[in-house]
Design a protein. Structure first.
Length: 280
């Protein structure tokens, strides 16, 4: 046990596409509903972004509007959540959260899980694992009086994902609130110290978050789909470059390398917490 001190919170922060799920979330229902294929959809989205020198995220959100309108698909929150129910996950994901939480409790701490994604919050909210997250930081739409999506509300790209790390640090559970984010706060009042953060990502779009977490004493983990040599090579490159401390297969079962790494990090956080208490 961590003596009688306050339980430290360990924040596990996940990218979604390619990290927890093998593919982009739009590929599990939405793209099929508009009669397209993943290759066709992302080629069109990239064409918009390159042609207009626009955000890749806003480009795919616009394309979702265009394709849905053309095919008579109404974009409501309930529809997005239906798409979310079809999302598939890497091995062990559904059991992972309980495993980590139980191990954290056995060490006198508390595990919390967060999504930090350029995908859509509405789709994540429809998944079978949505209830596991303390907060879901992701893109979202604005809806009219009829409940139909009419405009992007939040667009999350690889660089502005970093703001959500600081929100987790300060205990701000709002994508919109920038006032408290930019306000000064004493280190001892911050809810989750950066050394207590573990960030999971699968690619170069996660690098800004990986670097921020590592710079402030936390731990970043690159995951890759087993059998995908291109993804494995990328994860190993990120480790070699110092962007992450670990590169492991996207397997979240009890006997996985990912679980062994997280348990070791939790042990380290426990030891650091005890040492800090003895120095007071």
């Amino acid at each position: 046990m961590l003596l009688s001190m306050k339980k430290p919170i360990v924040a596990l922060i996940y990218d979604f596409d390619g990290t927890l799920a093998p593919g982009n979330m739009q590929e599990f229902g939405f793209i099929q509903a508009v009669g397209s294929t993943p290759a066709e959809f992302w080629a069109k989205s990239n064409q918009i972004a390159v042609g207009q020198d626009a955000s890749n995220v806003l480009a795919y959100m616009k394309l979702m509007f265009d394709e849905a309108r053309a095919k008579g698909v109404v974009l409501r929150q309930e529809e997005f959540k239906k798409f979310g129910k079809s999302v598939e996950f890497f091995p062990g994901v559904k059991e992972w959260f309980k495993l980590v939480n139980e191990y954290g409790r056995s060490k006198g701490g508390k595990g919390e899980h967060y999504i930090n994604s350029s995908g859509l919050k509405e789709i994540v909210e429809g998944t079978t694992i949505a209830k596991e997250f303390r907060y879901i930081f992701a893109g979202s739409f604005i809806y009219d009086a009829n409940g139909e999506a009419v405009w992007p509300g939040i667009a999350v790209d690889s660089t502005n994902k970093t703001q959500f790390l600081f929100k987790i640090n300060k205990g701000i559970f709002s994508a919109r609130d920038s006032t408290r984010l930019n306000s000064s706060m004493a280190e001892e009042k911050k809810r989750v110290p950066f050394p207590n953060m573990i960030y999971f990502g699968d690619g170069e779009t996660d690098v800004p978050c990986m670097k921020i977490v590592g710079m402030f004493g936390g731990h970043s983990i690159a995951v890759y789909k087993q059998g995908d040599e291109k993804k494995r090579a990328l994860a190993r490159k990120l480790k070699k470059q110092g962007r992450v401390k670990f590169a492991v297969p996207a397997n979240y079962s009890a006997d996985s390398e990912a679980f062994k790494v997280v348990c070791a990090i939790i042990d380290k956080i426990k030891a650091e917490t005890v040492l800090q208490s003895l120095m007071k």
